[in-house]
Ligand binder design. Sequence first.
Ligand SMILES: Cc1cc2nc3c(=O)[nH]c(=O)nc-3n(C[C@H](O)[C@H](O)[C@H](O)COP(=O)(O)OP(=O)(O)OC[C@H]3O[C@@H](n4cnc5c(N)ncnc54)[C@H](O)[C@@H]3O)c2cc1C
Length: 433
Amino acid sequence: MPQTSEVWDLIVIGAGAAGMMAVQRAAELGLRALLLEKNRKPGVKILISGGTRCNLTHNTNVAGILEAFGEQAKFLRPAVREFPPERVVEHFHQLGVATKLEPNGKVFPATDRAYDVQQALWKSLLNSGAEAVLGEAVTQVNREPDSWLVTTAMDRYRARRLLVTTGGCSYSGCGTTGDGYAWMRELGHTIIEPRPALVPLTSPDAWVRELTGVTLEDVVLRAVPANFDIDCTDVNERLARVRKGATITRRTALLFTHFGLSGPAAMDVSRAVTRAEQPSDVQLVCDLLPDETVESLESRLQHECQQQGGRTTGRWLSELIPQRLAVAALERLRLDALGRLAELSRDARRGILRELKSMRLRVDGSRGFAKAEVTAGGVCRDEVNPKTMESRLVPGLYLAGELLDVDGPIGGFNFQAAFSTGRLAAQSVRNAN
Ligand SMILES: Cc1cc2nc3c(=O)[nH]c(=O)nc-3n(C[C@H](O)[C@H](O)[C@H](O)COP(=O)(O)OP(=O)(O)OC[C@H]3O[C@@H](n4cnc5c(N)ncnc54)[C@H](O)[C@@H]3O)c2cc1C
């Protein structure tokens, strides 16, 4: 058990991806480092991540990671440069975790077991000489003249420097109840309003919810402000407007559920919905056949109408998209699925193309923090030095991981950010020591 009277070089609060990486690195660099975690187990979120497989990073380079973070790239650049994805993979290999790469660029442990990642981080932490106290929630952090006083329900600990890695406030059962926000506010930091991100979306439309179970493997989903006018009869013009208005675009799988939309495409664009004042301020527009152009589809349809005019519209459409979606799309267009292709009017054909290339999917909310893989918002990035992860407002205070206003897309980017920022923070503490 650590001595209460001891003044640690560094106390890290929160044994998640960022905290474990940081405390291990700090000890490896010779610091006397202590990790405090409220759960009895370290890395609880790691265990449930990636469907219990833990997608630990993405197979790309520094530029690829930064691109995925958009406007947050500038802030993350020093951290990701310091600990890029190939070093993350190498690090886990050194810890005995073989990795495998999936075609979509996601990197997983070869065993498909998040447990192996969590255990590797935990063991390396213990081997590094760092100490850890589990099952003790920090209740208060106080800045004293030369040190930090960290209070838990059981004890008080002192350190010269403090690194807070308490994560966000999604999946609160993992211990992430947003405790760090209150401490940071008290210390003068601005908290950008936490919002659910990477979260399934709810739809007000029964026809969407009735499609529960339908999966589209490869679509382009775009979030467009609802007041951005996309309506026009020319399908190419409509698509151009959708592209112009889109605030987020994702090409991946989409899943219809009993509440609305899920799967990586919906989750990735969800931040546009949760960021809006009203969820209905955002419309989602889906290109169901991204490899087809409007012209190629038009000529396919025309050819079919001429050559196979006796076929039903429903049958033709369900060769392109799942049958239930085809029926729903035709119902929305007030077209008879049993009607003959040859009988389709020009307007009807245009309507079908519009649905295929720019189907509008209304949303009215998200499944909230309970189902959000990540929290958007958090400690304002401008108030943290990206080269060190030290607070610009409070000397000796460092921040890393999801507690910061940093959130990336699906694909291992969030762990990458947590590992990189945690590692950089530890190195900066060492340099400052
Ligand atoms: C279901 C799910 C699946 C996910 N899958 C992936 C994935 O495959 N790939 C990916 O990149 N990202 C994934 N994520 C996101 C990823 O898990 C997080 O971005 C990442 O864990 C953030 O790491 P962190 O160290 O900042 O915070 P966390 O891992 O959340 O750790 C914070 C820790 O702080 C502790 N803590 C909080 N308050 C206190 C306190 N008062 N005292 C002591 N300890 C405290 C918590 O108990 C927790 O252990 C997933 C998230 C979820 C919820």
